[in-house]
Design a protein around this ligand. Structure first.
Ligand code: NZQ
Ligand code: ZN
Length: 388
């Protein structure tokens, strides 16, 4: 552990199949006006909306609805949410949904009391909030992003063909999040699998950097093993509460800032996936799955020792008599077999990407240098072509 860091996570969590009742403990801490943020209607179909509304009413809140947050929330929708919050003098932004609703709530929270256009200020100029922040609470219905316990917010601008994430400071983290695994049981299987791969990749993004002996990597390996184990149970029986609850808890720990401590972190699969998302609007976890294997096979020679360790510790590959490269290749083959088994996207064609889109996706790809190799633009194009 050679890194220097500080650590704080400001979000209070309530976890379990009775966790919604703790909304009663949280609501009195905030003013009367609540902006209830949700997506395209799944919360109305599975009863979560009614249950939340009942608690809001019982606590005497005035509720203003902000529905229709789409997967991959847009800059246009963000501006609408800011307008709703301003017009109704909102005291709490309560997101009920997946990562898209939580991310959107955070982006609204830093924009209500600020004059600048939120897209330009936070996602182009990457400024930090310099105005009052409206508190956010989350009631999570999909496990994957970790947005419930981090300060990340990813917004898509279709006009500019960009999908960009801003990781804010701890003051933007949700004040509280309610994680009831039963709320995730109504997810379509493909969404569940996209969430599972998103979790797994968040761990990989932080794991595949650095050569030091780092506690964060041991925690990452344990989390990856738990995700693999529970995913295999959940794809056989999506109603298995134990597996789904483990997946939900792993999702939170995969991206609540803990396992990145003391690490440079990579995040290039996300940069590639977000660029694919900017052009296609495809499901986040599937965009990551489609580019992962070509990317990891490309960078493996530059971080072969870590990839060999990944093979042994996470996938149980026996390294006896093998070179690091052989061991690492076996690990990636095991990962590929697992991805096929749970049903992730395996290439970009499945997501509607064609060869003529590659240049635009490469243009939208932000290149980071925390991993084992900083890609050139030509490398980005090669990885994208190999992912088709
Ligand atoms: O809109 P509704 O009708 O609610 O349907 C949603 C949506 O269509 C549905 N869904 C959610 N919970 C459900 C359900 N359907 C039935 N039953 C339920 N219980 O699932 C679909 C996807 O929801 P969404 O919130 O978009 O998924 P996810 O949680 O994967 O969030 C994706 C967004 O988060 C960003 C992604 O880029 C993407 O924009 N990310 C945020 C991160 C962060 N804050 O740290 C990190 C991630 O890497 C990611 O980039
Ligand atoms: Zn992700």
């Amino acid at each position: 552990m050679l890194g220097n860091f500080s650590y704080k996570n400001a979000t209070k969590l309530y976890f379990g199949d009775d966790s919604l009742k703790y909304l009663n403990d949280e609501l009195p801490k905030y003013g009367k006006n609540v902006q209830l943020i949700y997506g395209g209607g799944s919360v109305k179909r599975n009863g979560v909306y009614d249950a939340v509304m009942q608690i809001l009413k019982a606590n005497g809140k005035t509720v203003v609805e902000d529905a229709g947050v789409m997967p991959n929330p847009t800059a246009e929708k963000l501006r609408e949410g800011v307008r709703i919050a301003r017009e109704n003098n909102v005291d709490l932004l309560l997101a009920v949904g997946g990562g898209s609703c939580c991310d959107y709530a955070k982006a609204v929270s830093v924009s209500v009391h600020c004059d600048d256009d939120p897209w330009d200020k936070y996602f182009i100029r990457f400024e930090e909030p310099d105005c009052e922040i409206v508190p956010v609470g989350c009631i999570l219905t999909m496990a994957g992003t970790g947005s419930e316990m981090n300060a990340g917010s990813v917004i898509t601008n279709h006009e500019q063909k960009l999908k960009i994430g801003h990781v804010f400071g701890e003051e933007v983290m949700p004040k509280f999040s309610i994680l009831n695994p039963t709320f995730t049981l109504s997810l379509p299987k493909r969404q569940m699998v996209a969430g599972i791969y998103d979790i797994f990749n968040h761990i990989c993004e932080q794991y595949f950097s650095g050569e030091d002996d780092n506690t964060s990597d041991y925690i990452a390996e344990a989390l990856m093993k738990s995700v693999i184990h529970s995913s295999l149970i959940a794809v056989e029986d999506p109603q298995d509460y134990e597996a789904r609850s483990n997946i939900m808890w792993s999702a939170t720990w995969a991206l609540n800032t803990l396992i990145s401590r003391g690490k440079t972190t990579d995040w290039m699969v996300h940069m590639l996936g977000q660029a694919v998302g900017a052009i296609t609007d495809a499901t986040h976890g599937m965009t990551l799955a489609a580019v992962s294997l070509p990317y990891y096979r490309f960078i493996m020679p530059y971080g072969v020792k870590k990839f060999a360790r990944f093979a042994v510790e996470v996938w149980g590959v026996d390294p006896t008599g093998k070179t690091d490269t052989q061991t690492a290749e076996e690990g990636l083959a095991a990962m590929e077999a697992w991805m096929k088994k749970i049903g992730t996207a395996m290439d970009l064609s499945e997501l509607g990407v064609t060869e003529d889109m590659i240049e635009a996706i490469a243009d939208a790809t932000i290149i980071l240098d925390g991993g084992y190799k900083a890609l050139t633009r030509d490398d980005v194009v090669s990885v994208l072509k190999a992912s088709l």
